[in-house]
Design a protein around this ligand. Structure first.
Ligand code: FES
Ligand SMILES: [Fe+2]
Length: 395
């Protein structure tokens, strides 16, 4: 089989389909081929629930964000009847309607001023129908009704939207399974964490010269902790990690107990989130939710990392820190959180350096894939098999 067609075929992935104790990693081309990337855009990014933002960004009616998924611009807004999402494209001649977030009463296209309600219905088509036209203009051009034109048929094109806890997701596939299928039992596992109450305290963007899957895979294994992250390994030690997995397209790990180290700002002086049980007060939870987002839950803060591919060899990563209002209310919060930002920036740069190294290594055609370490890389095995399922059309 030649060309891109082979990326749709199950036999291409035979070595990764084996049980993890025998499996080899996903074919190297999956991380640099333009053809693979084009199919992946359609089959993974256009057919999965993608985390695009947070409920707090859409707190009031009219609050709106503009997001990009697979290079398509999408409007996500709070309409009077709940959160809705639409393709950011005018039903007249296709202009992008919004270029920035904001709080809107309605959406007005910047080209010829067609107007849409927050629920997407087309309300105004200036000069298009006689009832849209002033008496003066009626005398200078033909304003008879546009033929067979019904505004009801030209509302904004809807996109499926789903909300879990503080997270807002969209799915570009109208026929997709519900968000709950992708989440599986994750909500129950994290039920004690007050996710809806947490507040965003800082966002950082990183640009990475590596395929998005390498960034994801790196997050979901702790095999590299002692070598790549000697500081993090002091408190989140390799030996204290336990994978957790239920139904759903996620890959979870727990560190228990978290050790203390005077130089590592994890579980030091920041107030813990309320209502955590004894075990959660001594643990960290690390979850990768397919395809593009990680949820890192420490007892005292949460970090969300969300990926957006910018081509097969480049990824834009957003790194968001959240704390509970009780923690933010501590008198010395600003002083205590600063080392947290510095620490995770260092850890993240350690990760970025190593995934960029892997990206360069994979481009060497002498390498055809390697064996997975069954002890640590079951999560990666599952993730890669989910990617394969998408590529061959199994889910
Ligand atoms: S393209 Fe939007 S009003 Fe013409
Ligand atoms: Fe890492």
């Amino acid at each position: 089989m030649i060309g891109a067609q082979r990326y749709l075929d199950e036999s291409t992935y035979a070595q990764t389909r084996l049980p993890v104790s025998l499996a080899s990693t996903l074919i190297p081309e999956a991380y640099y081929s333009e053809d693979f990337h084009a199919i992946e855009r359609d089959r993974v990014w256009n057919r999965s629930w993608i985390c695009v933002g947070y409920a707090h960004q859409l707190a009031q009616v009219g609050d709106t964000i503009v997001v990009r998924v697979d290079e398509r611009s999408i409007i996500v807004t709070r309409a009077p009847d709940g959160i809705r999402a639409f393709h950011n494209v005018c039903r007249h001649r296709g202009a992008e309607i919004l270029s920035a977030p904001g709080c809107f009463k309605y959406f007005r296209c910047p080209y010829h001023a067609w107007g849409y309600a927050l629920d997407g219905t087309l309300k105004g088509v200036p000069y298009f129908e006689d009832n849209e036209t002033t008496p003066e203009l009626l005398s200078i051009y033909d304003a008879s009704r546009a033929k067979e034109f019904d505004k009801a048929e030209y509302g904004l094109l809807p996109v499926k939207v789903g909300v879990w806890a503080c997270f807002v997701f969209i799915n570009l596939d109208p026929a997709s399974a519900p968000l709950s299928d992708q989440l599986g039992d994750l909500a129950e596992r994290l039920t004690n964490y007050p996710l809806e109450e947490l507040q965003l305290v800082k966002s950082v963007f990183y640009e990475i010269d590596a395929n998005w899957k390498l960034v994801a895979e790196n997050y979901m294994e702790y095999y590299h902790l002692p070598t790549v992250h000697p500081s993090l390994n002091l408190v989140s030690h390799l030996r204290n990690h336990y994978p957790f997995q239920g139904p759903g397209m996620y890959y979870g790990m727990t560190t228990r107990p978290l050790d203390k180290d005077p130089n590592v700002p994890i579980d030091r002086e920041l107030r813990h989130m309320p209502r955590l049980d004894e075990e959660e007060n001594q643990s960290a939870r690390w979850v990768w939710l397919f395809p593009n987002v990680s949820i890192s839950l420490l007892p005292d803060y949460m970090i969300i990392m969300a990926l957006n591919p910018a081509g097969p060899r480049r990824t834009i990563e957003r790194y968001d820190y959240f704390c509970h209002p009780d923690t933010i209310g501590m008198p010395n919060f600003a002083e205590l959180i600063e080392p947290v930002y510095r620490f995770w920036d260092e850890v993240n740069i350690e990760d970025i350096r190593i995934v960029e190294s892997v990206q360069r290594g994979l481009a060497n055609r002498a390498y055809q894939g390697g064996r997975m370490c069954f002890r640590f890389e079951d999560t990666i095995h599952q993730f890669q098999n989910h990617v394969i399922d998408k590529m061959v059309g199994k889910c």
